[in-house]
Design a protein around this ligand. Sequence first.
Ligand code: IMP
Length: 181
Amino acid sequence: MAADMHQNLEILYTRQQIAERVAEMGAQITRDLNGEKLVMVGVLKGAAPFLADLARAVNVDATFDFVATSSYGCGQRSSGAVKLIKDLDEPVEGKNVLVVEDILDTGLTLNYISKLVMAHQPRSLSIAALLDKPSRRKMPIQARYIGFTIPDAYVVGYGLDYAERYRNLPDVCVIENPETN
Ligand code: IMP
């Protein structure tokens, strides 16, 4: 699906810019791991394309797991409460865990997921977020690996949705007046 099919979408990062940045992030993660193994924990559904690309950009022995939470429903803004919909499948005790998320906004979701993972006593825990909106933060959560820092705009594409739409846009786009599209 192409962004130019929708008149209220404006490209913020092209697929090429995303690919270049994900490659850099993968190289940095590879260096930091120093040959150790990794468990990549994707946050469903939005992180799926990012996890798929990042996993192929890291040169380490990696396994995948997924968690799912809800807080956004079908609207634009968080209700504040985070609910766990899907827990980790495998124990992560003693392992290096990288939580992979599409966007870090208020920080409520990653605060919740970090606590969940820490309760399993991993060897290490870090976060990779493709996008970061620091101006919206409510929790003191920081990602060790950030693709792009963006202003407070609502973005879709490359996994990010508005009411479940636009996840398959290859570019990250700002959406204006989503209801009219
Ligand atoms: P947080 O808990 O407020 O940090 O929000 C994290 C989740 O909110 C992300 O995983 C997204 O699902 C959603 N979200 C926050 N900002 C956006 C956005 O601009 N576009 C699409 N989803 C967003």
